[in-house]
Design a protein around this ligand. Structure first.
Ligand SMILES: Nc1nc2c(ncn2[C@@H]2O[C@H](COP(=O)(O)OP(=O)(O)OP(=O)(O)O)[C@@H](O)[C@H]2O)c(=O)[nH]1
Ligand SMILES: [Mg+2]
Length: 432
């Protein structure tokens, strides 16, 4: 079974307790306090990995725990930090806490701390004062973040393969990519999505093969339309149609209707059509089928292919790549994507304090990147904008909080104007 949702219990490590201890020295009865601090508990960190394709594993190990920090010891020795628990998840995994999205892992290697380890407690060495020479107190370590995380996977492929069962989707994937999906001469061979990477000239395409669709899929017929969620986030659709189909125009229209019923965004998605299994057919038959398809698909790029004979494959891949690239460029230029996916979330009890968001705004002077968030706004309020050092310190904090990185990803360069609260300044210090 393909698992694309899962619930997991995450628990970051508890911080180690601080120690109560007093120096023992020869000739001194009782020295000063020297209890060390407890170590910080280990975080739980999710890492997006292109080597993981499902959430299946989470069904079997539903608890993800960071290691607790060790307690402090005498002679001011601090406890060891708990080891971070790194958890690999597929690219395209969305993590929710109480229904709210707290992480959206889209790029290979991307890391998000989903649960923060508790801080270690102070040892009694911290609590010495003139009136309290021999403090017997030490702090307990804090608890780590603990909650139930809801995971959802939406595959993030460049190309989604759609078509009737038996159209040859999995066969195509098996020939143009490294994937080895099941292939058979009956409907609904594919029961869960397959992913593969195709090399195209000097680049590559991540292709998702999903189960076949039939008329009424949007109402649950066949395997239904549940798997279309994986096509939702693909840049381009490759629609495969069996060349032996009696009415290719009708088949094309039926699938398009099902796409539309699922989401209107799918019907406007860039599309390429491929007539499959053409190796044994006369050219004029192929032409006839292509002409028929044109009556309904219009100017959509169309190819006759054969996976076993390897004909037309390169041409299809090149066309797909061209379209994918056009989509990626358009995405970069579009401002509207900024709001989604750009909020970086840090999860601990100060969650609200640390969270921030970027918004692109058109102001009188031009484009402004507005950064909002409790902590960063607080820092900005305390910043002396007249002072180079002051402003650069704010820029350092932005870097540490990951804001600068996100601004760059959102298209900001050094000269871009950043607004925090009422203040505006260039992202990078500009020469006068
Ligand atoms: N002759 C010929 N047969 C093909 C070609 N492509 C696929 N087939 C055959 O068509 C049948 C179905 O292929 P699949 O790749 O499993 O079809 P699918 O679209 O993935 O089907 P579902 O998983 O059921 O949706 C298999 O018997 C394949 O060998 C082709 O280009 N030429
Ligand atoms: Mg298949």
């Amino acid at each position: 079974m393909f698992v694309d949702t899962a619930k997991v219990f995450v628990q970051a490590g508890r911080g180690g307790d601080g120690a109560v201890s007093f120096r023992h020295e020869i000739y001194i009865d009782m020295g000063g306090p020297d209890g060390g601090d407890g170590g910080k508990g280990g975080d739980v960190v999710f890492v997006a990995s292109e080597n993981v394709n499902t959430l299946l594993d989470f069904r079997y190990k539903p608890e993800l725990k960071g290691e607790p920090g060790s307690a402090g010891t005498k002679r001011d020795r601090h406890g060891k930090m708990g080891a971070t628990k790194y958890v690999k998840v597929p690219m395209g995994t969305i993590v929710r806490r109480d229904g709210e999205i707290i992480a959206d892992l889209t790029e290979d290697g991307q890391e998000v701390v989903v649960a923060k380890g508790g801080d270690g407690g102070f040892g009694n060495a911290h609590f010495k004062s003139s009136v309290r020479q021999a403090p017997r107190i030490a702090e307990k370590g804090e608890l780590g973040d603990t909650f139930e995380a809801e995971l959802e996977l939406k595959l993030l492929a460049d190309v989604g393969l759609v078509g009737f069962p038996n159209a040859g989707k999995s066969t195509f994937l098996s020939v143009v990519t490294n994937a080895q999906p099941e292939i058979a001469d009956y409907a609904f061979t594919t029961l869960s999505p397959n992913l593969g990477v195709a090399d195209v000239d000097d680049g590559s395409l991540l292709i998702a093969d999903i189960p076949g669709l039939i008329e009424g899929a949007s109402e649950g017929k066949g395997l239904g339309d549940a798997f279309l969620r994986h096509v939702e986030r693909t840049a381009v659709i490759l629609h495969l149609i069996d060349a032996y189909d009696n009415d290719v125009a009708k088949s094309y229209t039926i699938i398009r209707k099902e796409l539309e019923a699922y989401s209107t965004s799918l019907i406007t998605r860039p599309e390429v059509v491929a007539l499959t299994k053409t190796e044994g057919l006369d050219d004029d038959i192929i032409q006839m089928q292509m002409d028929l398809l044109k009556t309904v698909a219009g100017d959509t790029p169309m190819f006759a292919i054969s996976s076993p004979a390897h004909t037309g494959l390169k041409e299809v891949l090149r066309e797909l790549r061209r379209k994918v690239e056009a989509v990626r460029i358009a995405e970069k230029e579009e401002n509207k994507d900024i709001d989604e996916g750009m909020a970086v979330i840090t999860l601990n009890k100060d969650q609200e304090m640390l969270a921030w968001k970027i918004k692109k705004r058109q102001s009188g002077e031009g484009l402004v990147y507005e950064v909002r968030g409790h902590k960063i706004e607080k820092f900005a309020r305390r910043t002396d904008f007249e002072s180079h050092e002051g402003l650069n310190r704010l820029r350092d904090i932005m870097k540490k909080m990951g804001i600068t990185h996100a601004l760059n990803r959102a298209g900001a360069d050094g000269a871009s104007i950043i607004r925090i609260g009422l203040d505006e300044f260039p992202l990078v210090e500009q020469a006068d």
